[in-house]
Design a protein around this ligand. Structure first.
Ligand code: NAP
Length: 487
């Protein structure tokens, strides 16, 4: 049977969209368009430009498997280098040429076997296959704090950094101690005249080395074999597997070791017993995403830095009023308060066949079979879709495996064996039931904390099984779970 000429549209030109663009070209698709709402590729790495931005996956593991990067300067990749990497890869593989920038999709409707797309600019397009690679954490969470707009100084979210505001010698308040807030405090201590870190829930903080690669090392890494050796796949996989197992079984050896390493870090790094107690976590380790930091405890003990745990009562023109009645005068307030994790492609409106509507399907919480497909949304596949993240694995790795699954569905569409593919409603229902039950056994659920992992029902919105099970599921579709309309 001759291959069908199918048109593919990819929404989003971040890490996952670039991956789709590369793989589709490799597979010989000639009609591929990426749409990107911003003016550059890069997704989260384009949006986040805050001082200290670093990825906590070891640099050489934070790349596509087919495009390693010998040039990382640090053991953990600095944000600007990650952005530069994605820009370079997108140019190298011609993905930038397939991308229409400054085009935000507002709706996608499945009509007569095709996706009809509308964009904010008024542009319209259509596609046989729609890949949603719109990212997970991209809509900033603005906290519900009284007086947010009364502040007379500069106030912005960590993902909307205002680079026109000078930082040196200023009085800066950072609200939030997730990965972002911790990195920010490490970067700003010593620069600010006074730095206050407003926290509600003490974090588990794992010490990590973040050294520099020498020029000689970077030159040597040009040899793929040298690089592969340096990457120590065995050691790396053992570490991330231990993390994933610790999430599933909070009594595992790995869980105990990680908690012990964090506590030792706290005991050894923080001299003042009062400060140490304020920094001591009260929930179980790994309940929130573990923070990896080489220098936060040092930063918070800087003479110009202070930890404020009294609780933010409200924001006033001159600063932050804490629950104990004290006014903390500030020039700059940074909201490191995280993201809305349940948005995905939205506010885009998506309607499938038989009257299916994304808002209705996701009324409770976002869901998708294996994080990839939804019933009655044929030929729409997601990368890093709902409940997709696996433990602490790099999302690049996850997306590559998800792509491997998706390309098998696409191959069937292309060969004409099927004209429409999505999961059966019962398959999603069964998957969701099993996933929810398993998720309730993870430390994200039992660990006694609140976090962005939890959906509106309080159920962890993540892959609750092992990495091995994820690989197995991605290796080959269970076709009986998929609704394939004959071509
Ligand atoms: P986050 O982990 O969701 O942390 C948000 C922080 O804001 C928490 O400390 C939270 O306190 C606080 N907060 C929220 N609302 C508040 C309010 N009304 N008043 C006071 N405090 C408030 O967000 P994030 O730090 O941006 O990180 C999100 C995720 O992005 C990470 O988990 C990670 O997956 C990714 N990320 C990774 C890296 C990295 O690679 N190292 C860096 C940055 C981000 P509570 O804990 O008390 O709720």
């Amino acid at each position: 049977m001759a291959e069908k000429q199918l048109k593919v549209v990819v929404l989003g030109a971040g890490m996952a969209g670039i991956l789709a663009g590369i793989k589709l070209q490799e597979a010989g698709f000639t009609d591929v368009t990426l749409y990107e709402k911003a003016d550059r590729v890069g997704g989260t790495w384009r949006e986040n430009t805050y001082p200290g931005l670093t990825c906590d996956v070891p640099s050489h593991h934070y790349t596509y498997t087919f495009e390693r990067n010998p040039d990382w300067t640090r053991h953990l990749p600095p944000g600007p280098e990650v952005q530069a990497y994605f820009e370079r890869v997108s140019r190298k593989y011609g993905v930038d040429k397939l991308t229409r920038f400054n085009e935000e999709a507002v709706s996608a409707n499945y009509q007569d076997g095709r996706w009809q797309l509308a964009f904010r600019s008024g542009l319209r397009d259509s596609a046989d296959i729609l890949i949603c690679a719109t990212g997970v954490l991209h809509q900033p969470q603005t906290p519900d704090i009284e007086g947010l707009h009364d502040f007379a100084g500069a106030l912005f979210h960590s993902a909307r950094w205002d680079h026109s505001v000078p930082l040196d010698g200023k009085r800066i308040g950072v609200i939030g101690n997730g990965s972002t807030g911790v990195q920010l405090v490490s970067a700003l201590a010593g620069r600010a005249a006074h730095l206050e870190h407003y926290t509600r829930t003490p974090q588990w903080i794992m010490p990590v080395e973040n050294g520099h690669f020498t020029e000689a090392q970077r030159a040597a890494f040009r040899d793929p074999q040298v690089l592969a050796e340096a990457m120590d796949f065995e050691g790396y996989n053992a570490a991330v597997n231990a993390y994933t197992e610790a999430i599933i079984d909070e009594h595992s050896e790995g869980a105990k070791n990680m908690a012990a390493a964090c506590l030792q870090n706290l005991e050894q790094s923080v001299a003042d017993p009062q400060l140490r107690e304020k920094l001591r976590p009260t929930h179980r380790a790994l309940c929130k995403r573990l923070i990896f930091s080489p220098d936060y405890y040092q930063a918070i003990q800087h003479p110009n830095a202070a930890l404020v745990t009294e609780g933010v009562e409200r924001i006033e023109a001159r600063g932050i009023r804490t629950a104990d009645g004290q006014l903390h005068e500030l020039d700059i307030i940074v909201l490191a308060t995280g993201f809305r994790p349940d948005v995905f492609m939205r506010p885009m409106r998506i309607s499938g066949r038989n009257g299916a509507d994304l808002e209705a399907l996701w009324a409770d919480h976002p869901k998708a079979y294996l994080a990839i497909t939804m019933p009655d949304f044929p030929n729409l596949f997601m990368l890093n879709g709902p409940n997709g993240p696996v433990g602490n694995y790099s999302l690049i790795d996850i997306a590559e495996h998800q792509w491997h699954y998706i390309e098998q569905l696409i191959a069937r569409l292309r060969s004409g064996q099927a004209s429409e593919i999505c999961c059966h409603a019962q398959a999603l229902e069964r998957f969701e039931h099993e996933r929810t039950e398993a998720a309730k056994k993870t430390v994200w659920f039992t660990g006694g904390c609140n976090s962005w992992y939890l959906d509106s029902r309080g159920v962890p919105a993540s892959w609750p099984w092992t990495y091995a099970r994820f690989l197995e599921e991605m290796a080959a579709p269970r076709w009986e779970d998929l609704d394939c309309v004959a071509g």
